[in-house]
Design a protein. Sequence first.
Length: 292
Amino acid sequence: MGIRFGLNALVYTASFSGREPDLISRVAAMGYDGLEVLFGNLDLLDAPAARAALARSRMGMTACCVMTEETNPCSPDAAVRAAAGARLRRMIDLTAEIGGNAIAGPLYAPVRWLTGRARTDDEWARCRDVLGAAAAHAERAGIGMAIEPLNRFETHVLNTIADATRLCREIGSPALGVQVDTFHANIEEKDTGAAIRAAGPFVRHFHASESDRGVPGTGQVDWDGAFAALHDIRYSGWITIESFAADIVDLCAAACIWRPIYESADVLARDGLAFLKTKAAEYRLTHERNPA
């Protein structure tokens, strides 16, 4: 097995429904192996249409998942935690229906849910229980899960790759792993490569995101350190570019993007992919192409 290259659809749209065959074929023509889809409003998704469009372009799929205040796995309210479990199961089932193979993201809490204090033992235990039950469902569905630590300005629950690895160890499900995101790691890790090596086989998904969310390779991320570590742990999974469309005002505000960070979505997608393919080849990561 080898790596595959993906592009998060948020580079173009925050409202992907599956009924955008032109977007899917456009991304495929650039040389990507798959599309990562935001799972925000789940009612927006047309799973059969998405599956058909992806299949026509021979594209794989992963899901970029977010939780809400009403579906917070860390909540002290049992009803909210039950809703969180239901949302996670639905996201797993939708991914399977679309033909994808993984859900990833901050599955443990809403983004920017900050309590003004450090994570508590109770929050950790609640999160572990909810994600453990979801991971059992993912095992049965044949879908992987990858939990993404975010920087301190976006969450207090999981900030480092070591945090996420510890949670995976405690849950102990083969379906559950860690998502490394270079944007967040650039803020929180002392040495991204060392953190990746320490997580080892728990690393199941990789977001390539520059220090300013712009074109990968144009900022301060230690790409050589990250790719050397991916080689050392024999990583075989998605390497997916994540950035955000400049005209999605609400999304850019949530990500605190107040200025242009790339020339155009097409330039980011094409130049970013070329850079990542060069790095992958340099560090001898085998590219597993989608079957014809």
